[in-house]
Design a protein around this ligand. Structure first.
Ligand SMILES: Nc1ncnc2c1ncn2[C@@H]1O[C@H](COP(=O)(O)OP(=O)(O)O)[C@@H](O)[C@H]1O
Ligand SMILES: [Mg+2]
Length: 322
């Protein structure tokens, strides 16, 4: 593979907006994700991370209205396009892992059967080869005694084990895009690290484009090459991980990093920032951080800054960057 095909983005999102009624929650979101790249999306609760993930995965609630200049995965249009083309991508080309795995699994079917369902559908396996593949999939996610565990129901497994099963299901179609939305929230720190090592290890090995959504900056730093910082539905900064930590430019990104202890091993849940997300039903300033920002100027309220990137692919959307 040449360097140029290597850089062709797997996922391209350009000027994405997601609204409920007259209220745009996600606004002007653009980014690209290359094959083999792990990109973290961080932002406090309510900033629109899950809406974005759901829009890409094609599982957004029908109440939401989506528009974008471009939202493409491997050349397939995810915003317009035929519902059939989009549906065939999901599960096969796009793997998703969400928070709360127990709720995502069917409580009345064994985990072996649930994994078999996806392997049958995506790989066309049957009979002894299917059974073998189910055990292989469980072994791949380090579930001990796969033959025995395949017969367990979700309720008989721990949260961590259920998330391993969800990862096995997400990987079963051998997708080229993996979306993980807060995949370890609610798990203890040790299990969290084991699950992320496992999931992102597979993602690296198989050169998947990975969107890793987290509200924990320390985890983003540990696992992602690049970080996108979202505030109230807008991307305020995007940078290679070390560049972001060395010199954040947007006041929000700087505040987040300032609030994260350098040796954080505990969840740092982005609560250390003064003020709250703007009320989207009121008068929303063009830069949605204006109301919380100590560097705010009049222009911020009227004219939304565009992302400006430097040669090192470190970009920020701010009229008065640091
Ligand atoms: N079904 C919905 N109806 C109306 N508003 C919604 C709906 N889902 C999400 N929102 C709005 O979008 C915001 C962002 O939600 P979400 O993407 O879940 O945030 P995050 O994942 O970053 O915590 C919510 O705070 C809420 O205001
Ligand atoms: Mg969420």
């Amino acid at each position: 593979m040449t360097a140029s095909t290597e850089r062709t983005p797997a996922l391209e999102v350009d000027d994405l907006e997601i609204s409920f009624g007259a209220r745009p929650v996600v606004k002007g979101v653009s980014f690209q994700l290359a094959p083999g790249e792990i990109m973290a999306l961080v932002g406090e609760s309510g900033s629109g991370k899950s809406l974005l993930a759901h829009a890409i995965a094609g599982i957004l609630t029908p109440a939401a209205r989506v528009s974008a200049s471009r939202m493409e995965f491997g050349g397939v249009d995810l915003a317009g396009g035929s519902p059939r083309a989009r549906a065939s991508l999901r599960g096969r080309e796009i793997g998703v892992v969400f928070q709360n795995p127990r709720a995502a699994l069917n409580p009345s079917r064994t985990i072996g059967r649930q994994i078999a369902d996806v392997l049958r559908e995506h790989r066309g396996l049957a009979g002894a080869r299917l059974t073998e593949a189910v055990h292989g999939a469980l072994a791949d996610v380090r579930i001990p005694e796969p033959e025995m565990r395949a017969r367990a129901y979700p309720g008989e497994l721990s949260g961590g084990m259920c998330q391993r099963v969800m990862i096995a299901i997400a990987l079963a179609g051998n997708p080229s895009l993996l979306i993980a939305d807060e995949p370890t929230t609610g798990l203890d720190t040790t299990t969290q690290a084991a699950i992320l090592d496992l999931m992102l290890g597979h993602a690296r090995e198989r050169r998947m484009a990975t969107l890793f959504i987290t509200h924990d900056l320390a985890l983003a730093r540990a696992y992602a090459e690049r970080i996108v910082v979202m505030h109230a539905g807008q991307i305020v900064e995007e940078a290679p991980t070390e560049s972001l930590f060395a010199a954040p430019r947007h006041p929000y990104a700087a505040a987040l990093i300032g609030a994260t202890p350098a040796d954080a091993t505990e969840v740092s849940d982005l609560k250390g920032i003064a003020g709250s997300l703007p009320d989207l039903d009121g008068v929303v300033p063009a830069c949605r951080f204006a109301g919380r920002c100590d560097r705010v100027i009049a222009r911020c309220r009227d004219e939304g800054p565009q992302m400006v990137f430097d040669a090192g692919r470190h970009g920020t959307a701010c009229w008065v960057p640091r």
